[in-house]
Design a protein around this ligand. Structure first.
Ligand code: C2E
Ligand code: MG
Ligand code: MG
Ligand code: MG
Length: 276
């Protein structure tokens, strides 16, 4: 009995795996044509100065609208875009759009607003990132100081001199680098220092339990203190309530982002929000 169950189970899974890869293939085809047609939308989430309550910058977050009105989130299609070799085309479109958005908000009176853009490690592969950035800034007439690139820790683990060179060329221009999802990878801050990052974004998984789990308090405190002693700012991701915000202010964190202020908004919604 057990044996035949085992065999049935095996036979049952095989066609399902086929269906799965067929679904993936269809999604890939759809993604390629969406990239060619620039069929994406940028959402924006404010990053707040915890002391003044002002919006210091906004993070651009990519969405893929579907014909049925739903949205596919980046966690699902960014890895696909990376494996399909279209992340550079998609990523340079994001940089260009985000710079245009920031410039238009500056013209509306938010004269010191900055824009943060997520960059995939693979966007360093063709050596073109700097020229994409320069072109986007020039087209939008945006100063380089307005642009922050968010990179994840995994990129910094890679000691590739090609990446290091491109990063220092970007920071030499005046662009700033932040380390996204900090604490989820394996790298240490002292090591990260040599990449000239100016900001540390503490991952949401450490921020969310702050008010309920005492264990994370000393950990987050250590990250903030260490960052500050290295001359870096900290942004706490995923702040969802006032109590968490207060704890982070007491710990010396300068900036915060999360549903407590706003979820990511479409261009019209964020424009309305920034006006008020
Ligand atoms: P991330 O850069 O760490 O962005 C923060 C994510 O946390 C966003 O998810 C945001 O919607 C979510 N978030 C913000 N505040 C809260 C909160 O208070 N509570 C909770 N539960 N979540 C919050 P999203 O938009 O789904 O993006 C997921 C990831 O996809 C991003 O993580 C980033 O790594 C990646 N991504 C987004 N846009 C791009 C892009 O243009 N290029 C690349 N390469 N990656 C992107
Ligand atoms: Mg980010
Ligand atoms: Mg993050
Ligand atoms: Mg993330």
């Amino acid at each position: 009995k057990a044996k035949s169950d085992g065999r049935n189970t095996y036979c049952f899974y095989a066609p399902e795996q086929d269906a799965h890869s067929e679904e993936r293939f269809t999604l890939l085809q759809k993604l390629r044509s969406a990239v060619a047609n620039k069929d994406f939308e940028l959402y924006y989430q404010p990053i707040i100065d915890l002391h003044t309550g002002r919006t210091a910058s906004v993070e651009a977050l990519l969405r893929w609208p579907q014909s049925d009105g739903s949205m596919i989130g980046p966690d699902k299609f960014i890895p696909l875009a990376e494996s399909a070799g279209v992340i550079n085309t998609l990523g340079s479109w994001v940089i260009a759009q985000a710079c245009l958005f920031c410039a238009s908000q500056r013209e509306r009176g938010h004269s010191d607003l900055r824009i943060a853009v997520n960059i995939s490690a693979l966007q360093f592969n063709d050596g073109m990132l700097k020229s994409y950035v320069e072109e986007a800034l020039a087209t939008a007439k945006l100063p380089p100081e307005a642009l922050e690139l968010e990179l994840t820790e995994s990129l910094f683990l890679n000691e590739s001199s090609a990446i290091l060179q491109q990063l220092s060329a970007l920071t030499d221009m005046g662009i700033t680098i932040s380390i996204d999802d900090f604490g989820t990878g394996y790298s240490n801050l002292a090591y990260l220092r040599k990449f000239n990052a100016s900001t540390l974004k503490i991952d949401r998984s450490f921020i969310h339990p702050l008010t309920s789990d005492d264990n994370d308090v000393p950990l987050v405190q250590a990250m903030i203190t260490m960052a500050s002693s290295l001359g870096m700012h900290t942004i706490a991701e995923g702040i969802e309530d006032e109590a968490t915000k207060q704890m982070l202010i007491e710990m010396g964190c300068q900036l915060g982002q999360g549903y407590h202020w706003s979820k990511p908004l479409n261009e019209q919604e964020i424009t309305d929000k920034l006006r008020n």
